[in-house]
Design a protein around this ligand. Structure first.
Ligand code: SF4
Length: 705
């Protein structure tokens, strides 16, 4: 029998167990099974939705989808519950007399159009800003940035995770010319060495975690680099549990070992890379023993990892571009290592810039970036602007716009007067500033969403959207796979697809937008985004989508980048300055406080909150710590006389906070880990500083009960 168990949880229910019990019903309505795409995370697993009449009754994995091959995680099994949530918004809402009230679509859209025009006239186009969620489809992302740029005249567009992931885009564009994962997920099956750096695959991207573990079982060498011990780390051949903030030093030391051992791929470097000499000069400064001391891991382990990586026929590095903040230098260091060993343009090798949200890749491809047009061309590039101006029939602004952090951060005065949020809920999910109090300072807040989110509650206008399964739109996964999520039921009366809302608003604003379907929008995307030029809804419906670049001369797409061979010297080394030694906490503040991801994060996700099964799965983890927690290593807790659940006081030069201790061997000794969602601790500890990336020296004391 088919086994569908996954690393993310216990036994997976068989499709059979999800067949409804008909014993008490009259006659079963006709049932259908439609292939679609899971819209939870960036893996983009293929799954079937089971429908009965106009109800979605279940989900189960596609056996033949190349990314998941019969496996999905607990989120995929329950993704269909969201659509039947009783909390769905049913009609447009407009704030009247201080209260959101139901209105017609005509009234809502005409109010919004009037207010946008008024604010633009009084304050100029840059007084308006448009932010979306990395869960938005390609079609709605494309139209949102087109509305901002072509109709309003501003580059103030960004996606909710722009604050975190745009570093990766910029570095990859600069060094390899393509801002995406180079290789396909299924190629990991034949990688000889896999580095997993700073991402908890078992929790965040479980299907990829499964590929990595199976590769390891087949003989691949698994090296995990992280400050936390997680499930994939437990299976690693080498677990480099480094001190927080020492990634650049580690990669410098790995490169030094490879060069000293004569394992650099000089043929690849001379043929395809620029600026190697400057890189070489900088790497010579590294000393293995000194680097090992800085990183807090044995020099032998660094050496073994370097030798394994350099000697492999195909070696892959996986890192997260998502909520985990990565400095540009740490990403440059990863790319340098791949170039040094020729691990680009090779099957089962490469760099995997993992996107945690289901369409983070596509949202960026569509130009939801303040400094990049669709297809990543710079807004300052006159020739790129001319191409789009001809397509859109307008003049485009040439100055980069403002990103989400600037628009929503705590600094005053506000740069913008009106904010548009497409499926984005910063009040509940932004890890910066205080969005809840910021929103009251804007003249107009418009929210498109399925639910009455924290952000929607503060909006002037709320526009209800259709849900997964109610519209056919496309998403682009972390392996550049553009694929359809299909309409399997009719939406309820009231909500409209977000792309249709934008089209109708543009028409009210006087534009001649005439998209009758999301397929029409994609037809225009093929002309605006060169790497999507061969991707139409009818061919995306076949063979599990297409991986970009998908062009007219390459209609089947691209499994791994540069698969036809590397032409010329498109790659570039970027020397990374050797970091100053991380000052070791001492004296009054002997430990280091780190802000970071947590396996508990998913409980905040708006889709999880509206799926009964997932709510139970993810919230149960927080029952022991109803007021949140900070994590401390088991040995450190013992030395301080702390037990799990004790109240502790954290003190730093910038502030202090009281929280609950979660004692765990997962965090490194000497560190205190604060999950991003524990906002109170973050605010109290950082004081006026908004920099949640900093490593803060702290003192920990038991608080009297
Ligand atoms: S791994 Fe991601 S895409 Fe796959 S089923 Fe789970 S949530 Fe969905």
């Amino acid at each position: 029998m088919l086994q569908l168990a996954l690393p993310g949880g216990g036994p997976t229910p068989s499709p059979k167990s999800r067949v409804p019990d008909w014993s008490r019903s009259k006659a079963p309505e006709s049932m259908a099974h439609t292939l679609t795409t899971c819209t939870f995370c960036g893996v983009g697993c293929g799954l079937y939705l089971e429908t009965s009449g106009n109800r979605v009754t279940g989900a189960y994995p596609s056996m033949s989808h190349p990314t998941n091959q019969g496996r999905i995680c607990v989120r995929g099994w329950n993704v269909h519950e969201v659509v039947s949530s009783p909390d769905r918004l049913k009609s447009p809402l407009l704030k009247k007399d201080g209260r959101l009230q139901e209105v017609s679509w005509e009234e809502a859209l005409s109010f919004v159009a009037g207010r946008l025009q008024d604010i633009r006239r009084r304050h100029g186009p840059d007084a308006l800003a448009f932010l979306n969620s990395p869960r938005c489809s390609n079609e709605e992302s494309y139209l949102l940035q087109k509305l901002a740029r072509a109709l309003i005249g501003t580059n103030n567009v960004d996606h909710g995770t722009g604050v975190y992931c745009n570093n990766s885009i910029q570095v990859l564009l600069d060094m390899i010319g393509v801002p995406a994962s180079t290789n396909s997920i299924s190629e990991l099956a034949r990688s000889e060495v896999i580095f997993v750096d700073g991402v908890d695959l078992g929790r965040q991207l479980p299907t990829i975690g499964g590929w990595v573990i199976r590769a390891k079982l087949r003989g691949a060498k698994l090296v995990v680099i992280d400050t936390r011990r997680h499930r994939v780390a437990e299976s690693a051949d080498l677990f480099l549990q480094i001190r927080p903030g020492t990634e650049v030093t580690l990669y410098g030391a790995l490169a030094k070992v490879i060069l000293d051992q004569g394992l650099a791929d000089l043929h690849f470097i001379r043929g395809h890379c620029r600026d190697f000499d400057r890189f070489l000069e900088q790497v010579r400064e590294y000393d293995l023993l000194a680097a090992a001391a800085v990183c807090g891991v044995p020099a032998e382990a660094i050496e073994q990892a370097a030798l394994a990586y350099a000697r492999a026929r195909a070696a892959a590095i996986l890192y997260s571009t998502g909520i985990e903040s990565r400095s540009k230098d740490s990403i440059r260091a990863i790319v340098n290592l791949a170039l040094l060993t020729g691990n680009i343009g090779r099957e089962s090798a490469g760099i995997y810039a993992l996107t945690e949200q289901n369409n983070l890749q596509g949202v960026c491809d569509m130009g939801m970036l303040p400094d990049r047009l669709p297809g990543y061309r710079a807004v300052g590039d006159a020739s790129a602007r001319r191409t789009l101006e001809a397509l859109w029939g307008c003049r485009l602004p040439d100055r980069p716009g403002l990103g989400a952090r600037t628009l929503l951060g705590d600094s005053l005065p506000r740069a913008a007067k009106a904010l548009w949020f497409c499926r984005y809920d910063p009040v509940s999910t932004a890890f910066f500033g205080d969005a809840a109090s910021s929103l009251s300072q804007f003249e107009l807040v418009v929210v498109q969403h399925l639910f009455m989110t924290g952000t929607a509650q503060q909006a002037d206008v709320v526009l209800p959207t259709t849900a997964f399964g109610e519209e056919t739109v496309s998403f682009t996964s972390t392996e550049r796979r553009i694929q359809l999520a299909n309409r399997v039921i009719d939406p309820p009366a009231g909500p409209l697809p977000a792309w249709q809302q934008l089209t109708r608003l543009a028409q009210v604003l006087g534009a001649d937008w005439a998209y009758a379907s999301a397929a029409d929008v994609m037809a225009e995307i093929t002309r605006a985004v060169p790497s999507y030029s061969g991707a139409h809804h009818d061919n995306l419906a076949r063979e599990y989508g297409r991986q970009w670049p998908c062009t007219s001369d390459k209609p089947l797409g691209t499994r791994f980048l540069f698969e036809e061979g590397v032409q010329g010297r498109p790659f570039r080394f970027v020397p990374v300055a050797r970091p100053l030694p991380v000052s070791q906490p001492a004296g009054a503040y002997p430990m280091t406080l780190v802000f970071g991801h947590s396996l508990y994060y998913w409980h905040q996700n708006v889709l999880v909150r509206h799926s009964e099964t997932l709510k139970r799965e993810y919230r149960i983890l927080l029952l022991d710590y109803p007021e949140g927690f900070v994590e401390i290593n088991t040995d450190d807790a013992k030395a301080l006389g702390l037990r799990d659940g004790d109240k502790i006081r954290l003190s730093a030069a910038t502030g202090s906070a009281i929280s609950t201790a979660r004692v765990t061997p997962e965090v490194r000794s000497g560190t205190i880990h604060v999950p991003y969602f524990v906002r109170e601790v973050e605010r109290q500890m950082l004081g006026a500083s908004e920099d949640d990336h900093q490593l803060l020296p702290v003192r920990v004391e038991k608080e009297a009960a």
